[in-house]
Design a protein around this ligand. Structure first.
Ligand SMILES: C[S@@+](CC[C@H](N)C(=O)[O-])C[C@H]1O[C@@H](n2cnc3c(N)ncnc32)[C@H](O)[C@@H]1O
Length: 269
C-alpha cells in the first residue's frame, strides 16, 4: 500500500450491484479514448475493477493497472478479473495522492473518483509524473451542482434533532469543481487542459431500492457517521424525503439531476 489508509470502508460487492450509472458513464467516457490497442493505461480509483477489465480488453497489446485506495475494492477486482483470464491486467492498493510512477503510462483514466480527493494538487502532480511525455488524462468526476437536491435533503436531515449528534463539525466531504477552478489546478500540475466541461446527466435508479443502494454504497462519508444499527433507518429517511419531493416516473424509475466534470488533458512533449 502506498500512502494513507482508506478513510471509508467500501462494500465492493454492494457497490458493484448498485453502480450501473457510474459504469454506463464510465463506458461512455472510455469510448472517448479511441485506443489503438497497444497503450499502457492507469485506471485511477478503479473500484470493483469492471472498467479496468473492459479497458484491458481494448488494449490487447498493451496493459492496464487498476489502483485504488480501498483494499476491499482491490481484493474484489483481483478475484473477479484474475490474471489467468486477463494477462495484461494488474492491481495495486494505492492512494492517488501518493502515486510514485514515473513516465510509464500513455493514458490515465479515472471515473467517478477525483471529487473524493481533497489534495487535488498532489493527485494531479502524481498523474503528470506517471504519464509519458505526450500522454493523455481522461477523467470524469462529480462536478459543481451535482445531485444538489439530494445534498440539500441530506443537509436538513443532518440538522434534525434525531441525527444532528452524528454530524457535528462535518464539512462537505466531496469537491465538486467547475472548469474555472479545475483548469488552473491542471496547469499548476504541468498538464495542458484540452477540454474541461460540466455535463448534466439524468441519473436513473431502479425505484426506492436502487436509490437506497446508491446512497448506501457511495455516500459513505455521511452514512458511516451513523452507527451501523441506525444506518438503514437514516438512509430510508433520506430516500423517503427525496421520493416525496421527486416521485418515481410512470416506469418506477427515480431520477437525480447529476452534474459531471469531464477533463481531457495532455502532458506536454
Ligand atoms: C465511486 S467509486 C468509482 C469506482 C470506479 N472507477 C467506477 O467507475 O465504478 C470511487 C472509488 O475511488 C476510490 N478512491 C477514493 N479516494 C481515493 C484515493 N485517494 N486514491 C485512490 N482511490 C481512491 C474509492 O476507494 C472508490 O473505489
Amino acid at each position: 500500500m502506498r500512502g494513507k489508509k482508506a478513510l471509508y470502508r467500501w462494500d465492493a460487492e454492494d457497490y458493484r450491484s448498485f453502480s450501473s450509472q457510474q459504469k454506463k458513464w464510465g463506458l461512455e467516457l472510455m469510448d472517448k479514448l479511441h485506443l489503438r490497442g497497444d497503450e499502457h493505461v492507469l485506471d485511477l480509483g478503479c473500484g470493483d475493477g469492471l472498467l479496468s477489465a473492459m479497458l484491458a480488453k481494448r488494449v490487447p497489446r498493451g496493459s492496464v493497472l487498476g489502483v485504488d485506495i480501498s483494499p476491499e475494492m482491490i481484493d474484489h477486482a483481483r478475484r473477479s478479473y484474475p490474471s489467468s483470464h486477463y494477462p495484461n491486467l494488474a492491481w495495486e492498493v494505492a492512494d492517488a495522492c501518493q502515486l510514485d510512477f514515473c513516465e510509464c503510462f500513455d493514458v490515465v483514466f479515472s471515473n467517478a473518483v477525483l471529487h473524493w480527493i481533497r489534495d487535488q494538487s498532489a493527485a494531479l502532480e502524481g498523474i503528470a509524473r506517471a504519464l509519458k511525455p505526450g500522454g493523455f488524462l481522461l477523467a470524469q468526476m462529480a462536478g459543481r451542482g451535482n445531485a444538489a437536491e439530494v445534498a440539500c435533503m441530506l443537509v436538513s436531515l443532518m440538522a434534525s434533532e434525531k441525527w444532528s449528534a452524528y454530524f457535528r463539525d462535518m464539512d462537505f466531504p466531496y469537491l465538486f469543481h467547475g472548469p474555472e477552478d479545475y483548469i488552473p489546478l491542471l496547469e499548476k500540475a504541468g498538464l495542458e487542459p484540452l477540454r474541461v466541461e460540466l455535463l448534466t446527466k439524468d441519473m436513473v435508479h431502479e425505484g426506492r431500492e436502487g436509490m437506497a443502494g446508491w446512497i448506501r454504497t457511495t455516500w459513505l462519508p455521511f452514512t458511516q457517521r451513523v452507527p451501523e444499527r441506525l444506518r438503514e433507518d437514516f438512509i430510508a429517511e433520506l430516500v423517503n424525503g427525496y421520493l416525496h419531493d421527486f416521485p418515481p416516473d410512470e416506469a418506477g424509475l427515480v431520477h437525480v439531476n447529476a452534474v459531471r466534470l469531464e477533463v481531457e488533458a495532455r502532458k506536454p512533449l
